[in-house]
Design a protein around this ligand. Structure first.
Ligand code: HEM
Length: 433
């Protein structure tokens, strides 16, 4: 049972804006970068915000000591799964996103298997080839976010789901895009999660259920086909080889939920990061030129710096079920606490010239404190796909190094939210060629 907002008195919480939740929600969605910078400058660290995003007020921390404490909170006291409850109808009951505690630990062990070392590096050539096929079509004005969404879905379908022929890719793409159209709309998803009443196939919930059923049928068919005939080099083949502690294979439904978790975790996040990469590179020709030299260390530094300056996710939230003390502040049960990734990655006291896009900071001089570089969150819920995400970024940037890029307009693009991720407001538009 989630404690209600009513039981919390404002004096129990760190200070924050007094503007109505509706106003804070608009700022949080439309101008997340400016909103977070503004509340940090005005109220310091921590700060309490109120948005429709969560039922409860949310206390944001960005100092590394506080962030470390949040990542170490006992999931029995500070679960993360409940924050994603509204995704259950799509994510499924076995989804790692919704689980906590022992069940979460077990699921994580299974889902992380394919993303280790050699096994994962074997996917790099296929990802590089898909990136080349996509980027070779770019000419003139390109809205890189749209193309990056297309590419990251192609990568997920081929590398993770193991789809091989064009027809199978097209069918899965169509089913996923219809289902995601609803999931990407947060207000609609929240409203549907509240109502969940099927008022016929034309009602929003009815339509959504139908889209998910069609999507599920296709996914289950894919899982059954792969079980009978492994393609040999897909993440799905590795997921099917998993055995639990009793030596039993996962059910098809379970594997379906794993595929959807990887899709939800890895599609929009990687696409947003790639769009930011193009937005930044087009405005930093010297960085782009150095990338062309092919030095793998520099490539690594560019990847790190993009994830620092434009992390796709701004917070890692946990709901407090019991009072907890963080960085000397006692917080009551019933609030959300969050490590604010966005603020931690640009604190002026931790990052010299924090607002500058400077991959060189990773190569010259003293190395930044790794505890302040947290684009993937941390602790038991740190991004399960981080090695895959970085390999994908590396492979695409290697190909992007060969393009000629210019910004469509000179001023940097501001950040806006698209459901959970932060994207460039004009979609990372660039001129190619
Ligand atoms: C640049 C791209 C990515 C970024 C910035 C990113 C970031 C994150 C963050 C911040 C979290 C939450 C951590 C927390 O709550 O403490 C997360 C969770 C997760 N991510 Fe990623 N991610 C990216 C790409 C991917 C990819 C490519 C995959 C899979 C193919 C993936 C799969 C997941 C999964 C399954 C979780 C849930 C982990 C859990 O609950 O234990 N992510 N990611």
């Amino acid at each position: 049972m989630v404690p209600q907002r009513r039981s919390l008195r404002p004096m129990d919480l760190p200070p924050g804006p007094r503007a109505p939740a509706a106003w804070q929600t608009v700022a949080w969605m439309a101008r997340p970068g400016a909103f977070l910078r503004g509340v940090h400058e005005r109220f310091g660290d921590p700060v309490t915000i109120r948005t429709y995003w969560t039922e409860q007020p949310m206390v944001l921390f960005s100092h590394p000591d506080a962030v470390r404490q949040i990542f170490r909170l006992d999931p029995a006291i500070a679960p993360a799964g409940q924050s994603w409850e509204f995704l259950r109808p799509f994510a499924g009951p076995h989804s790692i996103l919704l689980l906590d505690g022992e069940e979460h630990r077990r699921e994580r062990r299974l889902i992380q298997g394919p993303f280790h070392g050699e096994r994962m590096r074997a996917f790099a050539p296929m990802i590089g080839e898909l990136a080349r096929r996509e980027l070779v079509t770019w000419r003139g004005r390109v809205v890189t976010l749209e193309r990056a969404r297309h590419l990251t879905l192609e990568i997920i379908l081929r590398v993770i789901f193991g789809a091989r022929d064009k027809r199978e890719v097209a069918r899965l793409r169509h089913a996923i895009e219809s289902a995601l159209a609803d999931v990407r709309s947060l207000p609609r998803m929240l409203a549907m999660a509240l109502v969940q009443r099927d008022l016929g196939p034309r009602s929003p919930w009815g339509r959504f259920r139908l889209a998910v059923e069609r999507f599920d049928a296709l996914l289950l068919e894919t899982v059954a086909r792969r079980r009978a005939e492994p393609v040999g080099d897909a993440v799905l083949d590795l997921l099917l080889e998993q055995r639990d502690e009793h030596g039993d294979p996962p059910s098809d439904r379970h594997v379906r939920d794993q595929l959807v978790a990887l899709l939800m975790g890895g599609h929009d996040t990687s696409a947003a990061t790639l769009a930011w990469a193009f937005e930044r590179l087009a405005r930093h020709p010297a960085v782009h030129a150095r990338l062309r030299d092919g030095d793998p260390e520099y490539l690594e530094a560019v990847v790190k710096e993009i994830l620092r300056i434009r992390p796709a996710l701004t917070i890692a939230p946990r709901l407090l079920l019991e009072p907890v003390e963080i960085a000397g502040r006692r917080l009551p049960a019933g609030v959300q606490v969050a490590a604010c990734l966005w603020l931690a990655l640009r604190r002026a006291d931790l990052w010299p010239q924090a607002a500058a896009f400077r991959p060189e900071r990773w190569l010259d001089g003293p190395q930044p404190n790794p505890l302040s570089w947290i684009p993937y969150g941390g602790g038991v819920r740190r991004c399960a796909g981080a090695p895959f995400a970085e390999m994908e970024l590396r492979e695409v940037l290697r190909v992007a190094a060969g393009l000629r890029l210019r910004p469509v307009r000179p001023e940097p693009e501001r950040a806006r939210r698209s459901l959970l991720v932060v994207v460039p407001e004009r979609g990372g538009e660039v001129l190619v060629g």
